[in-house]
Design a protein around this ligand. Structure first.
Ligand SMILES: *Cc1c(COP(=O)(O)O)cnc(C)c1O
Length: 395
């Protein structure tokens, strides 16, 4: 049995999304900027996709900019707010300590330019409280950027409350909703969100395409200069197949949230319940406000990388931390941010589910993970020291 449980890294494309893309590789290959009929057919598809995405987010189609993915959308949102802020003498930004690197590394760049960044603590409850945002806002704050849901540990942030606080204080609010779009209901107007990033490949759409919602009137800065595509805010001939595939995948996911997500959450809860029985482990992330598909644990006395390799041999595709950090030996910044010490953070496992997973697959994971954890512990000198009392258990 082969179980794909790494849906936070990327998802399998839906048949709906694939079918929505094919005509634009084939017959409808025009450039939407061309005035002739071949180009205009592509332009119609682009307009329709923009309306679909706007419909899923509760905004106007003119407020959607298509990008190359979630990372580009995050970069553009943050840089835009920073440039607008500094024009008005405001160079303070609020974020959380467990953001995606697309956000954190953009902020690091701004810090080198003299911006000051407040990283909200996420140790308590593995989440932030809206009050922490309120307390951190200053007269010179030009942006609050907090993710909608965390990609490693699944915590879902109180976005509507943060949005209300920011709106009242007159501070622009951006959210990286890459893990939330298609999985949780989003309404940017009701939630007072000024900018929001999403990415096609996290909800069964194609890779390399995403979107940025920007509230009308907010001054965007271009990251890519060139032609007048995307209302002059993002140059380059549009990725029409990708955009159409993403729009179709987003609509399909959003239309079925109430039907799919309770079933995914039930599989998640069965995994959490079963894996919690393993001695000396700890669940990472908010227990209550949690992505329907996220299961994240730390197991004491083992290396996450060895766990992943053995799980792969037993047919389970999982992840330790995020895909972006694997390959490096540093433990995940997210696990450190919630207060896990280095040794424990190294023994992490993330299983991320989608509506394509089945109960039989959950049974398989529940059988295999405890076996592999025990096997690795039996070989581990650290585990031996823990058992003989030479070293103290942390978990
Ligand atoms: C995947 C992801 C991104 C990056 O999106 P890409 O489309 O791969 O650039 C950004 N933020 C979060 C929370 C993600 O999970």
């Amino acid at each position: 049995m082969q179980v794909y449980a790494d849906n936070a890294a990327t998802t399998k494309m839906s048949q709906t999304a694939i079918r929505a893309m094919l005509p634009y590789f084939d017959n409808i290959y025009g450039n939407p900027s061309s005035l002739h009929s071949v180009g205009q057919r592509a332009k119609e598809a682009l307009d329709a996709a923009r309306e679909t995405v706007a419909g899923c987010l509760g905004c106007d189609p003119r407020e959607i900019i298509f990008t190359s993915g979630g990372s580009e959308a995050d970069n553009q949102a943050i840089i835009s707010a920073a440039r607008y802020g500094e024009k008005h003498g405001k160079k303070h930004i609020i974020t959380t300590a467990f953001e995606h690197h697309a956000v954190l590394h953009t902020l690091k760049k701004l810090e080198k330019e003299g911006f000051e960044v407040t990283y909200l603590d996420v140790r308590e409850g593995h989440n932030v409280k809206a009050q922490q945002v309120k307390d951190a806002i200053r007269p010179d704050t030009c942006l609050v950027t907090t993710m909608y849901a965390n990609n490693e540990i699944g915590s879902v942030l109180p976005i509507a409350e943060i949005g209300a606080i920011c709106r009242e204080a007159g501070v622009p609010f951006h959210t990286d909703a890459v893990q939330a779009a298609g999985h949780l209901h989003i309404h940017v107007k009701e939630q007072n969100i000024d900018m929001l990033s999403l990415s096609g490949h996290k909800f069964h759409g194609p890779k390399g395409v995403g979107a940025l919602y920007v509230r009308r009137g907010f001054p965007l800065v271009n990251l890519i200069e060139g032609g007048a595509q995307e209302r002059g805010k993002r140059a380059g001939t549009e990725n029409i197949p990708g955009i159409c595939g993403m729009a179709a995948a987003l609509k399909e996911s959003c239309d079925h949230i109430d039907e799919n997500m309770p079933r995914v959450a039930a599989m998640r809860d069965r995994l959490i319940e079963g894996l919690s029985q393993i001695p000396h482990c700890a669940l990472n992330g908010d227990r209550v406000n949690r992505l329907p598909g996220n299961v994240s644990f730390c197991f004491e006395g083992i290396e996450g990388e060895s766990l992943l390799l053995l799980l792969d041999q037993k047919g389970v595709c999982a992840s330790s931390g995020s895909a972006c950090t694997s390959g490096s030996l540093d433990p995940s910044h997210v696990l450190l941010a919630i207060g896990r010490v280095h040794d424990v953070a190294h023994g992490s496992l993330r299983l991320s589910l989608s509506e394509y997973n089945t109960d039989a697959e959950i049974d398989h994971i529940l059988k295999v993970v405890p076996e592999v954890v025990q096997y690795l512990r039996n070989m581990s000198p650290v585990w031996r020291d823990l058992q003989t009392g030479k070293r103290q258990y942390i978990l």
